[in-house]
Each structure stands twice: as structure tokens, then as C-alpha cells.
Write a protein that binds this ligand. Structure first.
Ligand code: NDP
Length: 303
């Protein structure tokens, strides 16, 4: 039987609806609508699209979107000053500096300058530390989205054997920490791992965050395993009349995996849509905390 397809678009819509409910609740209790500030430097085409989508989703959830578009020649000091302004602005609950920045800017000090309470990307050392220590903070959006999908697909992860392929600070590492917090037994694989196919075959949960098209083959996957494919890779291939066309594929050979896995996220339409929805969720959490209210708990499980 082919795997259950974990429809990230539908789950993301469900999460956005939960965020909108939480925002409506805040407003009913006399709080201002949460504000998400996005800072975009330069004119990178992909970033423009991401920011447009974020603005639309933010407003769709009843929150305020605050956009700061800065020119490509913005200096490090000017960008730091912009972040400092947003840190102090009481109408801003979340701050996101769209990456990548133009090459003359150093992202590390910019991210470090964001107030941890408003760091809705979960990238400041403070939030990285809170996650490592198992303390409440703001969790990076893509890892949070993966965990919500796993919760919907499996429920209790206690004792499950999980393999995370990839150990980046943005994706692999935080996912491994969240899986550990959820009581899974976690292995982290990377480019130096020996016999990755064999490691993979032991996993009941397989998270691929590598950045290489179709890297994980169908015969690496244990029958019934739940596969979360984080990878987004652009491949160019020949169309029926010889023309070149681009396609997005994941890190997992999808058609092969579909025959073996118990459940799998497609690419596109799996983890990707969850990432923006989790950005909204984090902004709502930050707003609740700022007003001294208990933040909502998100769940995409069937009611
Ligand atoms: P990085 O390049 O930062 O990390 C890739 C990881 O994969 C590294 O830990 C690397 O190991 C490991 N790796 C590379 N080659 C191999 C190999 N041959 N065998 C085993 N492990 C290997 O990428 P990111 O974590 O930032 O992103 C991963 C993928 O996720 C990309 O395709 C990216 O586009 C996608 N992505 C998707 C998002 C979404 O919203 N869906 C959001 C963010 C990223 P080592 O540490 O040893 O070098």
C-alpha cells in the first residue's frame, strides 16, 4: 500500500486557522493585534517572493505586518540601528531579518542584535541555548513545522528510533533536539557518517535535511517508516519536446519512498508551507508572552 501523503498545505492551513483564533482571542481580551516586522535588504528575487508571501500570511491571520525594505547598499550600522528600533517598538512582537543578506553585510551580529523575545526565527544564541537546555524559548520555524507534522502523523514519539540526516544549525540540529525532547531515540547523521543506508533502515522516523536531490533511496527506508523530507532542490531536466524546465525535488527519492514508507511529506507541498505558518505561530506565542498570557499549544492531530 502506498504511503500516506502528509499534505503540508492542508496542515499549514489548519495551523494558520489556529493562529488566527489565538490572535482573535488576544484582541477580544483588549490586546493589540500582534505585529511581525520583516526587514528585507536589497532586491534578491527569491527573497522578494518569500517576503510577499509572509506579509500575506501575516495579515491573513489577523496580525499586523510591518515591512522595512532597505536598499542593497545599506551599511551594517544602519541595519543594526533598524533592528534596535524594532526591538524597542512596543507594537512589534516578532522581528525577521530576511536571509541571505547582501555579501557586504555580516549576518551573525545582526541576528545577535535581535531581542530574544522577538526572535521568531529562533536563531539568536539565547534561543539556541534555551532549546539545547530544554527551556521554553522560540524554536526555528522549519524544525517546529517538522515536529507538528510528526505529531499529526504519529502522535506520541516516545521510544521511536529517529534518524536525522543533516546537522545544520538551522534545520538538522534543532530537529534532533526537539525529537530528543519528545523522547525519541535520536541518531544524527552527516557527511562523515559510515553506512548511511544501514542507519536509515533502522529508523522508524527519518528526517532528511541534506540539500541533495533524491539522495535517500527507497531501499534505505524501513517499511512503514514516517519520512519527513526537508530538502528543497531545483533540478533542471528536458521536457517532452527537448526544452529545459526546472522542478523542485526533495532529498528523498519520492516515488521509491512512496512504495515503502508509512507516511511521507511531498516536495513541494510538505515541510515548506509549514515553515511560514510556524513563523506566524511563533509571532503569536511571542505576543502572548509579552502580555503575560500563557501561549497557545498547537496541534494538527485529527480532532
Ligand atoms: P546545510 O547545507 O547547512 O546542511 C546540510 C547537512 O547535510 C550538513 O549537516 C551535511 O553534513 C549533511 N550532508 C551533506 N552531504 C551529505 C551526505 N552525502 N551524507 C550525509 N549527510 C550529508 O543545509 P540546511 O540544513 O540549511 O538545508 C538542508 C535542506 O533543507 C536544503 O535542501 C534546504 O534548501 C532545505 N531547507 C528547507 C526549508 C523548508 O522550509 N522546507 C527550510 C530550510 C532549509 P556536514 O555537517 O558533515 O557537512
Amino acid at each position: 500500500m502506498p504511503a500516506q501523503i502528509l499534505d503540508g498545505k492542508a496542515y499549514a492551513a489548519k495551523l494558520r486557522a489556529q493562529v488566527a483564533d489565538a490572535v482573535a482571542g488576544l484582541i477580544r481580551r483588549g490586546r493589540p493585534a500582534p505585529g511581525l516586522a520583516v526587514v528585507l535588504v536589497g532586491d534578491d528575487a527569491a527573497s522578494q517572493v518569500y517576503v510577499r508571501n509572509k506579509v500575506k500570511a501575516t495579515e491573513g491571520a489577523g496580525m499586523r505586518s510591518i515591512e522595512h525594505r532597505l536598499s542593497a547598499d545599506t551599511t551594517q550600522d544602519a541595519l543594526l540601528a533598524q533592528v534596535a528600533l524594532l526591538n524597542r517598538d512596543p507594537s512589534v512582537d516578532g522581528i525577521l531579518v530576511q536571509l541571505p543578506l547582501p555579501r557586504h553585510l555580516d549576518p551573525a551580529p545582526i541576528i545577535a542584535a535581535i531581542s530574544p523575545e522577538k526572535d521568531v526565527d529562533g536563531l539568536t544564541i539565547e534561543n539556541v541555548g534555551r532549546l539545547a537546555a530544554g527551556r521554553p524559548g522560540l524554536v526555528p520555524c522549519t524544525p517546529l513545522g517538522c515536529m507538528l507534522l510528526l505529531d499529526a502523523a504519529i502522535g506520541d514519539l516516545a521510544g521511536k528510533r529517529a534518524l536525522v540526516i543533516g546537522r545544520s544549525a538551522l534545520v538538522g540540529r534543532p530537529i534532533a533536539q526537539l525529537l530528543t525532547q519528545a523522547n525519541a531515540t535520536v541518531t544524527v547523521a552527516h557527511s562523515k557518517t559510515r553506512d548511511l543506508p544501514e542507519e536509515s533502515r533502522r529508523a522508524e522516523i527519518l528526517v532528511a535535511a541534506i540539500g541533495q536531490a533524491d539522495f535517500v533511496r527507497g531501499d534505505w527506508i524501513a517499511p512503514g517508516a514516517v519520512v519527513i523530507d526537508v530538502g528543497i532542490n531545483r533540478v533542471v531536466e528536458n521536457g517532452p519536446s527537448g526544452e529545459q524546465r526546472a522542478r523542485l525535488v526533495g532529498d528523498v527519492a519520492y516515488d521509491e519512498a512512496l512504495q515503502v514508507a508509512g507516511a511521507i511529506t511531498p516536495v513541494p507541498g510538505g515541510v515548506g508551507p509549514m515553515t511560514i505558518a510556524c513563523l506566524l505561530a511563533n509571532t503569536a506565542v511571542a505576543a502572548h508572552r509579552r502580555h503575560g498570557e500563557m501561549p497557545p499549544r498547537w496541534s494538527l492531530k485529527e480532532d
